[in-house]
Design a protein around this ligand. Structure first.
Ligand code: UD1
Length: 373
């Protein structure tokens, strides 16, 4: 495998920094472009910032910085994004600017260097699906829309068949399920994916979009209350407070360890098998939010029961778990880290952290915008 010059946008962040470390370990020359957003990093650069990578602190919309960042680069990993789903609903301009416009500006510069850039790999998200795949005993496989407001107000959490209204069973979600993003964040992620695939194809830059499922691992921003459920629960438990569970806790997600995400990214660097494709990167295993809360409390040695509040957040889906057969077939991808090994590793790190619990603040902010009911 030849050594490459690699740019990682968002390379100071949770996923980006793990990817940078793995690339550096393999002997690649790595450059990071990252704004060090205060909501994620606080006021200082993170300790995990890899000193063997070159670092450019800049906004993804800063054309001049992007030009400098792309100088001499063969491969671009585009991981930079604003990531708060709920927050995107009341700060839409911020999210569309960083995610959609930032990607457009990056692509404009990649287009001008299309013979130089040999590969573009972009972080997309399972959130672009909306609800995952389901099966109806009468109607077969269906792709239901979000639950209606009336249904949610009646605290009926389970999804019904859009054709015959009977109960549905969740099944794994394939890439060809119709996309139905349910937040500004998800729309911007769909934009990132499609902009990269369309421009990559038009200008002959081999491009891969990875639809990450719910990623967990060390370096998650525990004090950022706009992050995913696993980090939020860790922050609550660390502060001896009960995790707050929306709906009834039986909603499920596909939790994937960050090392498996990194592995998929490395596979795409060395193979052209997934070029110009969008691929799910998950584990194929569903875990309920209640079960996650229980495992985290147990792992941290906290005898704290979650509060199941029976409220719901606007735009939340019920279930989504990955069908990973495309990534297995095209890249030989195989997740290696189960929750049984990944969570203890996460929690060893969590125990050494201090997290400011801002979750109540974030929840009341959502409520003030009428986004939690
Ligand atoms: C998450 C990420 C999203 C990412 C996607 C796929 C966030 C906010 N969401 O989306 O960026 O693209 O995975 O990787 O980072 N819940 C609670 N209590 C809480 C928080 C959440 O019960 O305190 C529940 C939610 O109601 C939901 C489930 O946990 O049912 C998952 O929520 P969350 O992790 O926020 O978002 P996802 O939609 O799965």
């Amino acid at each position: 495998m030849s050594k490459k010059k690699v740019l990682v946008t968002g390379g100071a962040g949770f996923i980006g920094s793990h990817l940078v470390d793995a690339l550096v370990r393999r002997g690649h020359e790595v450059r990071i472009l990252d704004k060090l957003i205060e909501q994620v990093h606080g006021s200082a650069a993170p300790e995990h910032l890899n000193l063997r990578a070159e670092f450019i602190q800049a906004d993804i919309c800063d054309k001049e910085a992007i030009r400098r960042a792309l100088d001499g680069i063969d491969v671009v990993y585009h991981e930079a994004a604003e990531v708060g789903v709920g927050q995107s609903m009341y700060e839409p301009e911020r999210y569309m600017r960083a995610n959609t416009m930032g990607t457009t500006i990056l692509l404009e510069e990649i287009r001008l260097r299309r013979t130089q850039i040999k590969k573009l790999i972009v972080a997309s998200s399972m959130s672009i699906y909306g609800e995952g795949g389901y099966r109806c005993a009468n109607c077969g496989d269906v792709a239901p829309p979000l639950r209606s407001v009336e249904q949610l107000r009646g605290r009926e959490w389970d999804i019904k068949c859009p054709v015959c209204n009977s109960a549905l069973s969740p099944i794994s979600t394939k890439e060809d399920k119709p996309l139905f993003p349910t937040s500004v964040y998800a729309i911007s992620k769909q934009d990132q994916e499609q902009l990269c695939l369309v421009m990559g194809r038009a200008y002959g830059v081999p491009t891969v979009a990875f639809r990450y499922f719910n990623v967990y691992g060390t370096r998650q921003a525990l004090s950022n209350p706009y992050t995913g459920v696993c980090a939020i629960f860790c922050s609550r438990l660390l502060n001896d407070r009960a995790p707050v569970i929306f709906e009834d806790g039986e909603q499920s997600r596909d939790f994937i360890h960050v090392d498996d995400i990194v592995e998929a990214n490395l596979l795409a660097l060395d193979s052209d098998g997934a070029d110009f494709q969008a691929l799910n990167i998950g584990t194929g295993v569903a875990t309920s939010v209640s079960e996650m809360s229980r495992m985290l409390a147990e792992g941290l040695g906290k005898d704290i029961q979650p509060q199941i509040v029976g409220e719901y957040r606007e735009g939340d889906i019920r279930h989504c778990v990955a069908d990973i057969s495309r990534a297995q077939r095209l890249l030989g991808y195989q997740p290696k880290v189960s929750l049984q090994t990944g969570l203890p590793e996460l929690l060893e790190w969590v125990k050494m952290q201090t997290a400011t619990d801002m979750v109540d603040h974030a929840k009341s902010e959502l409520a003030s915008h009428d986004l939690v009911h």
